[in-house]
Design a binder for this molecule. Structure first.
Ligand code: PMP
Length: 387
């Protein structure tokens, strides 16, 4: 199997597993058991790791909440801000291309008296195609807007949002900004404080850590954020997210982030080359293949992302004909959903084009040879399906 689905998840790096092991075997104390040394050791490592995470995100004084992943982080950010008893504002603004872990949360809030505004994205043909339409954002955010949620990088067509500009627009109205940075952390340079983002979600398994651990960074020195906890119980993590924190998970996410950031520029240029090689092979052999999202050389596109629509066959058909390659149509989270991708539709593409779209995510462990082989298999597979 050649794995080209690194937006869905990534292989856990061996160095991350090695860092986790002692906290599952010898040092397995509960970090909230302060009555003995094993518990205190576990607490110390958790505190050290959360401080490092905040620093790695460029926001040393942010409150770092450890969660089970970006879905939980997005739920806590959005519901936490909007449902806080002191929240008086009643509008929430987001974007048509967001992940369901944002859009479905907003749907849940509608019956609770919130007005939800979903913004369009810049159309195809512009350098920032697929990113939030800033004019629409400016027109929509007002003094009744509690929260704006804009993803840092898109999981399907790799568009990278101009977060600094988004933040300026929000803060003119005293509106908080949340960013689902699940696809951005560890893949592009990211500085939460420089971008002036107030809440940030991430998930370790997108940058070579394990599944089941994520984070929500809350607040920065410029702005105070009040959150209503969504999971209550033992009062851990400042009562913002009850439940025993898993030291092995926390060590894993910080190690994964340290590794990714240490090799970010070298790794991303290698990954970009592989992505461009795959694109070149596919475009030269498949007449009428269309790129979805920003141009490949646009600074607004993730280096490892390729999203294309085939001129004649559906993504599902192509995938089943090239079963030795792991790639996807739509996002993994909505692949059970027979509907065409809402992200590709938001780019102004037709339903047919959306059904013919496929996504490739190139990652750390892909090699030149794999890309070469994958291109050959993909080209041969679609030829078979058309003949
Ligand atoms: N947001 C984005 C942009 C994602 O790509 C994903 C994972 N597909 C999530 C949120 C949810 O992450 P998790 O499944 O780790 O909760």
């Amino acid at each position: 199997m050649i794995y080209l689905d690194n937006h869905a998840t990534t292989r856990c790096d061996d160095r991350v597993i090695a860092a986790m092991l002692p906290w599952l075997t010898t040092n397995y104390g509960n970090p909230h058991s302060t009555s003995h040394a094993m518990g205190r050791d576990a607490w110390e490592i958790v505190a050290e790791c959360t401080a490092s995470l905040a620093e790695l995100l460029g926001n040393p004084s942010t409150d770092l909440i450890v969660t089970s992943g970006a879905t939980e982080s997005n739920n806590l950010a959005i519901k936490g801000v909007c449902l806080h008893p002191r929240q008086k504002r009643r509008k929430i603004v987001s974007v048509a291309t967001e992940h369901p872990a944002v859009l479905d949360v907003l749907d849940q809030l509608k019956p609770q008296g919130f007005r939800i505004e979903i913004l369009p994205v810049v159309p195809v043909g512009q350098v920032d195609a697929g990113t939030v339409d800033l004019n629409a954002l400016e027109e929509t955010v007002d003094d009744d807007t509690a929260l704006v949620s804009v993803m840092w990088a898109n999981n399907e067509m790799g568009a990278i949002a101009p977060m600094k500009r988004v933040a300026q627009i929000c803060h003119q109205h005293g509106t908080l900004l949340h960013s689902d940075a699940t696809q951005a952390v560890g893949r592009i340079p990211l500085d939460m404080l420089a971008a002036d983002v107030d809440l940030l979600s991430a998930s370790a398994h997108k940058f070579y850590g394990p599944k089941g651990v994520g984070l929500l960074a809350v607040g920065n020195p410029n702005r105070r954020v009040r959150l209503l906890p969504q999971i209550v119980g033992g009062g851990q993590q400042g009562n913002l997210r009850s439940g025993t924190v898993a030291p092995a998970g926390v060590i894993a996410i910080v190690t994964a982030m340290q590794i990714s950031l240490a090799q970010l520029s070298v790794e991303s240029s290698r990954i970009r080359k592989l992505r461009d090689q795959l694109a070149k092979n596919l475009f030269s052999q498949i007449e009428g293949l269309e790129l979805n999202g920003p141009e490949l050389d646009s600074p607004y596109r993730l280096p490892g992302n390729l999203n294309v629509s085939h001129p004649r066959i559906e993504g599902e058909t192509w995938m089943s004909a090239a079963a030795d390659i792991a790639f996807s149509s739509g996002s993994a989270c909505s692949s059970v959903d027979p509907e065409p991708s809402h992200v590709i539709l938001a780019l102004g593409k037709s339903e047919t084009e959306a059904r013919r779209s496929v996504r490739f995510g190139i990652g750390r462990f892909n090699t030149d040879t794999e890309i070469e082989q994958a291109a050959n298999i993909l080209i041969a597979a679609q030829q078979r399906m058309m003949s």
